[in-house]
Design a protein around this ligand. Structure first.
Ligand SMILES: [Fe+2]
Length: 226
């Protein structure tokens, strides 16, 4: 029996994740992403407009953002609206090569505050005890920065954009990403673009974050000592 697309997305999501409800999600747990024409100018609601979105982590202002994000196209835009994905491993490598200053600063604990008043004090790169790394980022009005990382934000933004991969999705196509590794963004669009989003925790084991690329595994301390 052929399922309606939305139900097919929900059925697939339920096989791989425990869905986490979101402020904007519907009663079945999926969120309909479209231009509602009355959310665009509110901080934290830009996804429900038609403007471009900067690279970001989903739910960056919560203590434990959902690990998985599934985004599926229901209706393509007339113009624009492409999905843009940045591999956090590439971003991490980029900022830990050369003088490494940017990467080191952005890995210092509690140098960012993401979210509104009930947001979360955190950092762009979190190094876990096994030396794997998670990325967490947003650039919108709900990001506040410690003065020690502020000088590196232009470099961070440029690198996050430079490593973007562009996906032009047709109805029925989508992507599934690890929200501790990949940043997502979008180009501005016209038309009645409609996507369905599922956020959740995986129903299978996943080690935290990602393994840094070989070129960027030296710790700051070793590097500075050398
Ligand atoms: Fe998002």
């Amino acid at each position: 029996m052929r399922r309606a697309p939305r139900n097919a997305v929900l059925a697939f999501a339920a096989r791989i994740m425990r869905l986490v409800p979101h402020r904007d999600s519907d009663s079945d747990g999926l969120t309909t992403i479209r231009d509602t024409r009355h959310h665009a100018h509110r901080a934290g609601f830009a996804g429900l407009g038609s403007g471009p979105l900067d690279p970001h982590t989903e739910r960056s202002g919560t203590p434990n953002p959902p690990r998985l994000m599934l985004l599926v196209c229901g209706k393509a835009a007339v113009t624009g609206g492409e999905c843009l994905l940045t591999d956090g491993q590439a971003l991490h490598s980029d900022l830990f090569t050369g003088d490494r200053e940017a990467g080191v600063a952005l890995a210092r604990p509690r140098t960012a505050f993401f979210g509104a008043g009930d947001g979360h004090a955190t950092q762009v790169f979190t190094v876990h005890h096994d030396m794997r790394v998670s990325v967490r980022l947003r650039f919108d009005g709900l990001a506040r920065w410690n003065p020690t990382v502020q000088p590196y934000l232009p470099q961070l933004r440029a690198a996050a954009v430079r490593h973007q991969v562009r996906l032009t999705l047709a109805p029925g196509q989508g992507y599934l990403l690890d929200n501790e590794r990949w940043l997502h963004a979008r180009r501005a669009f016209t038309g009645d673009r409609l996507f369905w989003r599922a956020l959740g925790q995986p129903l299978f084991p996943m080690p935290r974050g990602f393994a840094p690329a070989p070129a960027s595994v030296r710790t700051p301390m070793l590097s500075e000592a050398g």
